[in-house]
Design a protein around this ligand. Sequence first.
Ligand SMILES: Cc1ncc(COP(=O)(O)O)c(CN[C@@H](CS)C(=O)O)c1O
Length: 409
Amino acid sequence: SDALDVERIREDFPILQREFNGNQVVYLDNAATTQTPEPVIESISDYYRNYNANVHRGIHQLSQEASIAYEEAHDKLAEFIGANGREEMVFTKNTTESENLVAYAWGLNELGPGDEVVLSEMEHHASLVTWQQLGKKTGADVKYIPVTDEGYLDMEAAEKLITDDTKMVSVVHVSNTLGTTNPVGELADIAHDHDSYIFVDGAQAVPNRPVDVQAIDADFYAFSGHKMVGPTGIGGLYGKEHVLEEMEPYLYGGDMIRKVTYDDSTWEDLPWKFEAGTPNIAQGIALAAAVDYLEDIGMERVQRHEEQLAEYAYDRLTEEGDVEIYGPPADDRGGLVSFNVDGVHAHDLSSILNDHAVAIRAGDHCTQPLHDKLGIAASARASFYIYNTREEIDKLVDAVDDARQLFAQ
Ligand SMILES: Cc1ncc(COP(=O)(O)O)c(CN[C@@H](CS)C(=O)O)c1O
């Protein structure tokens, strides 16, 4: 069948065999971070065991091998997201650093009073706080595209908010709280009609579905390796080559320079101009192994699997009539559900679920303003990935029922 082989995949994740209080772990916190399969773990060990060296073409064999592997990882990630090549694929620590890189390397130099940055009300703090603070530093105004009651962006409002004063639109591709998929291609068109850049936060999209940054026509696109079965400490910033060429470096130091004198310096080619100092070499190489792992499954299959689980979870969780789920309908959301159970605080719920070895997230998921807008202090969130099953969702629902019995009397 065209479905992915979950049982085969689960064999690559020994952590899923762990048991707490006699219960096998049910890991449903994949929007926070995903687990790491053996081939990715092995790629890290293999690097340190067999060809650990500093990169950028030292003159000895080990450095050559490490340099080539690290550089070719850029090619693989570029291809994975539809970029033209490594020149458009900067490795960063994570999505947060990618947002900050553009805010400081571009925003600080280009924004000033009278300029506007347009965000959405569902932005993650990585984008929202970054551009909010850049606005304060530069005098630029920050505006927010409203989110409708159904959890979608109000596109009529977006058309009005994005004007010739807009210099940057920064929007999330898939919301980590609502599960909404935003029309980022349409937003890119609107932004470009007004000569604005668009930055797309793809932290919850690159791991979960096919992404083509050129089809979207994003000027910048960010993602994190640890959310796509890669290690922590590595992420990506896609930028159109001509845009990155015009940008000043973000961090200065070794590797990012071409010539240095006491008076001035010149910069390396892209993407190295934005990768100062010794990079996370093993993590970059392992991120390429993560791409191999996901491409072996197929991103269309990954997306379909996750979305079917989210739909099943939505339907099961709402059977009792006392659960509110935030965001779009069951059949129009990414692989996560954020919810509350009447009479049970999200933190109490997650604690009871933990007694059942069911791992979810509770809190604001780094979208506090959105929670304020929803009128809730916190929500519980279950997020699914390639190794989750319907049986695990049944365990989630049973544990929720246990909490309901305990708290909602
Ligand atoms: C949409 C979105 N944008 C940016 C980030 C930040 O990713 P970093 O790798 O931490 O830099 C995240 C990570 N969201 C985690 C931690 S708050 C979650 O539990 O939802 C995200 O979901």
